[in-house]
Design a protein. Structure first.
Length: 398
């Protein structure tokens, strides 16, 4: 937790208590209570105004997820994992900056036997050992792979769209496209998960669409190639979420802010912050591009040594109007281009197909909900682009 915020919280609490005690002793309990309410209201209004001035946004109070309903948990070798066969948070409106008028929502799903949201209803298991005659395709990545959006009564993710395309093209084949993406993951976590878990699912094909999340570790001071300078285990802060559950949800922004910063708030909003450490310097050089390349290449090597076909893709980064002049977005765009070049070099070295989505994609708002995440239309186009070399491969190897 930020030490300045902690000190501010303590000073504020002492101030409120002192004023209340003073009014109680000098006047009466009724005056003390009225004074407490008035001071609290003034502080609340001042906080909301200061927050809007500082951030340009209205402070939004979101109720915490009860501790027993938290859908992630610590893991010995990964910062966190999704709980297996466990419901995700209740349906919420997707608050992305683009295509807001289309009212996308995050549906409520139940994770599968490996902790992924997978298949049409989100809970489709990845059966081990793999059933006979099944063509199994695992899509690796972070939120740009794992994202599910509900729109117009339909569920969308790019692996879902890819499965639909391939099943229509090969109606006589048993094809399964699995969504193995988990939001917030870097190439290091994807490598660990694939090495220890997904390799056991015996995929025939692996698709890697990944970038962006490695850029924060790459710009964080004290760089280490295992990312331990920028990442920590959720277990280190897990007790704070237990304590946070004791505090009731109140419709007071100031109270919500203090609880969130003192003991941890809604895990949906604070998860990635909770597993991060160190400070990012956007003026520094990218230190982790070779690490990103190494991690992806390790996955490729594991696949090839186990007879698994690999399909790579470059990453899309949309510099839309509101961010195209942002120093941070310009820096991250530079980093994505470095990662894309690394992906091209891996594909060339190992003679494997590369789908250059960075070039193929029309950078238009209708395909995106922010600079990296896709709208349903964008998910469909991404799936279509990735499907083409897979279709050629399946034709040649059927």
């Amino acid at each position: 937790m930020n030490s300045r915020v902690f000190i501010s919280c303590i000073i504020f609490a002492i101030g409120i208590i002192s004023i209340t005690i003073f009014l109680w002793m000098v006047f009466s309990p009724l005056i003390a209570v009225l004074g407490f309410v008035i001071v609290l209201l003034l502080c609340e209004l001042s906080f909301r105004l200061a927050y809007r001035i500082k951030t340009g946004k209205k402070y939004i109070i979101q109720p915490k997820i009860p501790f027993k309903e938290i859908f992630v948990e610590p893991h010995p070798y990964l910062p966190y994992i999704n709980k297996k066969n466990f419901p995700t948070p209740r349906t919420t409106v997707a608050t992305y900056p683009l295509n807001r008028e289309k009212m996308f929502t995050f549906g409520r799903y139940v994770t599968n036997n490996m902790g992924y949201i997978n298949g049409p209803e989100g809970d489709r298991d990845i059966v081990i050992p793999k059933p006979k005659d099944l063509i199994r395709i695992n899509c690796l990545g972070a939120s740009t792979t794992g994202n599910y959006l509900d729109a117009g009564g339909k569920k969308f993710s790019y692996p879902l769209e890819l499965e639909r395309i391939l099943k229509e093209k090969f109606p006589d084949k048993k094809i399964e496209v699995n969504n193995c993406g988990v939001g917030g993951r870097t190439s290091a976590e994807i490598l660990i998960d694939f090495s220890l878990n997904l390799i056991d699912t015996q995929p025939d094909i692996v698709v890697i669409y990944h970038g962006y999340n490695d850029l924060v570790p790459s710009l964080t001071s004290g760089f280490k190639s295992d990312y331990s300078h920028a990442k920590r285990n959720l277990g280190e802060v897990w007790p704070y979420y237990k304590i946070s559950a004791v505090f009731p949800d109140l419709p007071i922004a100031l109270y919500n802010f203090f609880v969130k910063n003192l003991v941890g708030g809604d895990i949906r909003q604070t998860l990635l912050e909770s597993i991060s450490r160190g400070k990012i310097d956007i003026n520094s050089d990218f230190q982790g591009t070779l690490t990103y390349k190494r991690n992806i290449e390790h996955i490729v090597n594991l696949c090839q040594s186990n007879g698994i076909a690999v399909f790579l893709s470059t990453f899309c980064h949309y510099m839309y109007g509101d961010v195209k002049s942002s120093k941070t977005h310009l820096k991250f765009h530079q980093g994505v281009m470095l990662e894309n070049r690394a992906m091209e070099e891996i594909a060339e070295k190992h003679a494997i197909p590369l789908v250059d989505n960075n070039v193929l994609f029309p950078y238009e708002e209708r395909f995106f909900v922010d600079s990296i995440h896709f709208s349903p239309e964008g998910m469909s186009l991404l799936a279509e682009n990735i499907s083409l070399p897979i279709i050629d491969y399946l034709k040649k190897n059927s």
